[in-house]
Design a protein around this ligand. Structure first.
Ligand code: AGP
Length: 615
């Protein structure tokens, strides 16, 4: 989950590297460093623990000579704490080669022992330094940097993106990837490498995704991609739809605030070109169309927020397509010895498309012969490319580590897929599909309305900033919303928060209720045919009788809640399956405002990374 940038072209590497790292910092940010080959042919490096700004300040105080070739890295520590010594880049023994790395080299201990026996010494605790020393030794064996890298990577086990440069090849940067992201940016007289397109989008929107077990060599005027054994590969180019400003804050106080406000657009863009009156167009499913007529079960795999979107997808898919759906956490899935057949469709949900737990689960499903579909927000991401088909959410770059707009876009994409599958399987009439599509198309406007209620939530958050524990209750489709609301509060405000199925309360958790305990309740519509509304209102009465402070997220005009709630946060009327897209927004805002009231960084919360690319 580190940020990686490579550049060859003009003598402005430092500007390119630091700008790219700034955009990638959300991927991991406990140390940062750069390595540059100067115009005089010297290899210079600087690296510092702490956020990127610490490195930037250090470079301002003690400038580094610039050059036309460079690599840069922001780190989320895996092997070895966030210290100057453990920061990347790491050097070969002779100091002429620098290397940076994203991922985990699982057999680094045996490789380190081999090098120690060969007289090498190490200054850091990292697996990356082992790779750097190994590459330096291979470079001495001849054949050039790319060939040396090929001989090294075939010996590595685990997940890695490596970038390296060598003083004796001044206008060359090489890279290699396995189970970890790497994309090429194509420029004019300059070329770029990055963990994702945000690394270079301000310079070029022409990109090339590098495939599994491939090596890339860039110079100012050439890009060469091969497999690990030197056989040439012709990768496909794609146009990045983001522009540089989209990855900036655009005047908002934080990326989190900006991205919460972009949710109407995120849903609208995800639906755009895919709904035509009462028809759904998902041409990206072409590779799966035959399988979709034959599947008899769906397994949804995801982590964190994405898994809560998956729980909502289950309700919709089972209701509309009448097919059994199971939701599994990716990191549990492949160790549970799941029963998968060619008639199983495994749907992975991932904003980054690089989450290692989900990627490895997708690979497991592919190995087991299941059909695979990815719901992903990052073009060209590894999980998307590994799957039989991908439905991209078009939420735009989600920079804040805690996910918001990607979540609502994932639900919209899942609902589109559910209605498409219902049509393919003939389980829903055309009028019913048209009605659901109309409801889905109306969500962006309703999200705009919900965003207008943020002032009252801001006041509530300030009042509750000293809360030590907050509970979230929801029933049916409100339960995943309760889980997501609790996760947002944990992630952003570092407050213990727990989401419960409201019906579960009396089976134990109600013991947690004490006077003044804040409890958010996601209240179903009073129009709900299963009378869940009445059941949840009685749940509210149960906890109110024990002194809880009730904050109810309820449908506008729901009078039954008023007598029992201390606060009612209204949301527009929507069908039961569609209310979660609206009910989650006040909870996102609450978590952000409470974290802000506590003076916390809502974009880069402690201990977290935007894309968890280690298992
Ligand atoms: C969400 O707020 C968290 N940052 C985290 O739970 C995230 O949703 C999870 O790590 C999955 O990430 P992905 O969607 O990129 O796979």
């Amino acid at each position: 989950m580190c940020g990686i940038v490579g550049y060859v072209g003009r003598p402005k590497s430092l500007e390119v590297l630091l700008g790219g790292l700034r955009r990638l910092e959300y991927r991991g940010y406990d140390s940062a460093g750069v390595a540059i080959i100067t115009e005089e042919g010297e290899l210079v490096t600087r690296k510092r623990a702490g956020k990127l700004q610490v490195l930037v300040d250090d470079l301002a105080a003690e400038p580094l000579t610039d050059g036309s070739t460079g690599i840069g890295h922001t780190r989320w520590a895996t092997h070895g704490g966030p210290t100057d010594v453990n920061a990347h880049p790491h050097l070969s023994r002779d100091g002429k080669l620098a290397l940076i790395h994203n991922g985990i080299i699982e057999n680094f201990a045996e490789l380190r022992a081999e090098l120690l026996a060969d007289g090498y010494t190490f200054e850091s605790e990292t697996d990356t330094e082992v790779a750097a020393k190994l590459l330096g030794r291979e470079y001495e064996a001849g054949g050039g940097l790319a060939a040396a890298l090929g001989r090294v990577v075939v010996r590595l086990e685990g997940a890695f993106t490596l970038l390296a440069l060598h003083r004796d090849e001044p206008l060359v940067v090489v890279g290699a990837r396995r189970n970890s992201p790497l994309v090429i940016g194509l420029g004019d007289g300059e070329n770029f490498l990055g963990s994702d397109v945000a690394a270079f989008v301000e310079h070029t929107q022409r990109a090339v995704a590098i495939g599994q077990d491939q090596i890339v060599t860039i110079t100012p005027d050439s890009v060469l991609v091969t497999d690990f054994f030197g056989t040439r590969v012709i990768p496909s180019e794609f146009q990045v739809s983001w522009d540089a400003s989209a990855a900036e804050k655009g005047g908002w106080s934080s990326f989190m605030a900006k991205e919460i406000s972009e949710q109407p657009e995120a849903v609208a863009n995800t639906l755009r070109t895919r709904i035509h009156h009462d028809r759904i167009e998902l041409p990206e499913l072409a590779g799966l169309e035959e399988a979709l007529t034959d599947i008899d079960r769906i397994v949804i795999i995801a982590c964190g927020t994405a898994s809560y979107a998956g729980m909502l997808g289950k309700y919709a898919l089972e209701k509309w397509a009448r097919i059994p759906v199971e939701v599994q956490l990716s990191h549990e899935f492949r160790y549970s010895e799941p029963v998968l057949t060619p008639r199983t469709l495994v749907v992975s949900i991932s904003q980054s498309g690089e989450t290692m737990d989900t990627l490895m689960a997708v690979k497991y499903a592919i190995e087991a012969g299941a059909a695979t579909l990815s719901i992903c927000n990052t073009q060209g991401a590894t999980i998307a490319r590994e799957s039989d088909a991908v439905i991209y959410t078009h939420a735009g770059p989600e920079v804040a580590v805690a996910s918001t707009k990607a979540f609502v876009a994932q639900i919209a994409a899942l609902y589109l897929f559910g209605l498409h599958l219902a049509r393919v399987r003939g389980t829903l009439s055309a009028p019913a599909i048209a009605e659901a599509l109309e409801e889905l198309s109306g969500i962006p406007a309703k999200l705009e309305q919900v965003l207008l209620t943020s002032t009252r939530i801001q006041e509530l958050a300030k009042w509750m900033s000293d809360s030590r524990a907050v509970l979230f209750l929801g029933r049916h489709v409100g339960y995943p919303v309760a889980l997501e609301g609790a996760l947002k509060l944990k992630e952003l405000a570092y407050i213990h928060a727990e989401g419960f199925a409201a019906g579960e309360l009396k089976h134990g958790p109600i013991a947690l209720i004490e006077p003044g305990q804040p409890v958010f309740v996601i209240v179903p519509s009073p129009r709900d045919p299963n009378s869940l509304h009445a059941k949840v209102v009685s749940n509210i009465q149960e906890i109110r009788a024990r002194g809880a402070r009730i904050l109810a997220v309820a449908e506008q005009g729901d009078a039954a809640v008023l007598p029992f709630a201390d606060e009612v946060i209204p949301i527009p009327l929507a069908g039961a399956l569609f209310e979660p897209l609206l009910a989650v927004v006040p909870l996102q805002i609450f978590a952000m405002e409470l974290a802000t009231a506590k003076g916390l960084d809502v974009d880069q919360p402690r201990n977290l990374a935007k894309s968890v690319t280690v298992e």
